[in-house]
Design a binder for this molecule. Structure first.
Ligand SMILES: *Cc1c(COP(=O)(O)O)cnc(C)c1O
Length: 349
């Protein structure tokens, strides 16, 4: 690569493919739902969905309907796409038009989805969400039977297909996750009282899908680990490497320091001062993060145009995004998604 004058986020397609393959091998026979919210965790939706579809990943998890429709445009007709944000009627219409599966976590949203599907003369594919303790959208256990009954009515009327039951868990402690699973399994059982048990049962995200096989359903919703972002305070993962490398060129030599073209205005938290970065001579510390540039401890022979890696897989002694995140009490996803559009995304294969 030639000399660059500003920071770039390099996205390695091969690493992404290898991560997806490692995740799928680990969770089989559970199917992977690749989560692509927040522009594929800041990695760029288009190449991520294209690559996943090429690899035959059966599910894309989009959070909101606009992202789901984008994923449908990019991915074509083959993947199933799941959107779980409670959405407006117009968005629901869009979802139904584009064959998007809907996550439904309230009686009110269920009514609206049924109404829109009836009006359009189609069957909505619905995954009902049980609240298993996180209290972030989800039907409460005491309201579950009524919601299922309502869904079954709509199924008989031809407006809905109850294809899934799902929930989201904290993945903070095993004991809490076990309790959540009990609530989830009770909801699945109760659903079976009034008709067939839906095929698609999903509860776990990256960490629990990887470490707690007994919690996995028929589908696992995974974002972070596919992008090579490990859990904060979690161990490294076999076969998983960071997909994104933040590379910034040296723009000035200032005494014993090298100045690189990235700053807090680009989305790099200034609190990361003191963190290690990867230089051509190995690991060096960040001295200071200014609005448009960062001062790095120099190395012998440092030159303008040398590339410093702020985070990445570690080939120049740089830390991963998660290791940086741990210094400032956040998660690796946040370090990548905070980077502004000023940081050019370069997909490398
Ligand atoms: C973001 C999200 C996931 C994926 O979580 P990771 O930890 O990135 O794998 C799964 N399910 C839901 C509901 C989410 O919001």
């Amino acid at each position: 690569m030639g000399i660059v004058s500003r920071a770039e986020l390099h996205l390695d397609v091969r690493t992404f493919r290898a991560n997806v393959a490692a995740v799928r091998a680990r969770i089989a026979p559970s199917d992977l739902m690749l989560v692509v919210k927040d522009d594929a965790y800041g990695h760029g939706l288009t190449w991520v969905v294209e690559t996943a579809v090429e690899m035959g990943v059966p599910w894309i998890g989009a959070f909101d309907i606009a992202t789901a429709v984008d994923a449908r445009r990019v991915g074509g007709g083959s993947p199933r796409i799941f959107a779980w944000a409670t959405s407006s009627d117009a968005e629901v219409d869009d979802a139904l038009l584009h064959d998007i599966d809907l996550g439904v976590g309230s009686a009110e949203y269920l009514e609206r989805v049924i109404a829109r599907a009836s009006a359009m003369g189609v069957r909505a594919r619905v995954h009902l969400k049980i609240d298993t303790g996180l209290h972030r959208n989800g039907i409460l256990p005491q309201d579950w039977a009524d919601a299922v009954e309502r869904a079954r009515d709509a199924e008989r009327a031809g407006a809905l297909h109850l294809v899934g039951v799902w929930s989201h868990i904290a993945e903070a402690s095993d004991a809490e996750d076990d309790d959540a699973q009990s609530v989830f399994l009770e909801a699945v059982r109760a659903t079976g009282d009034s008709g067939p048990v839906p095929e698609l049962l999903h509860l776990t995200a990256s960490a629990a899908s990887w470490w707690r096989p007994e919690l996995r359903g028929s589908v696992s919703r995974i974002g972070a680990f596919c992008y090579g972002v490990r859990s904060a305070d979690g161990p490294d993962l076999e076969g998983i490497r960071p997909v994104a490398t933040l590379a910034a060129p040296v723009i000035r030599i200032d005494g014993d320091d090298a100045v690189i073209a990235i700053g807090s205005f680009d989305g790099l938290p200034s609190t990361l001062a003191g963190a290690p970065v990867g230089t051509p001579a190995g690991s060096r510390s960040i001295r200071e993060i200014r609005p448009t540039e960062t001062i790095v401890e120099g190395w012998p022979g440092a030159q303008i145009g040398d590339v410093v890696r702020v985070f990445g897989p570690g080939e120049q002694g740089e830390a991963s995004a998660t290791t940086l995140a741990e210094r400032i009490d956040t998660v690796g996803e946040e370090i990548v998604t905070r980077l502004t559009g000023h940081v050019r995304r370069v997909v490398v294969d």
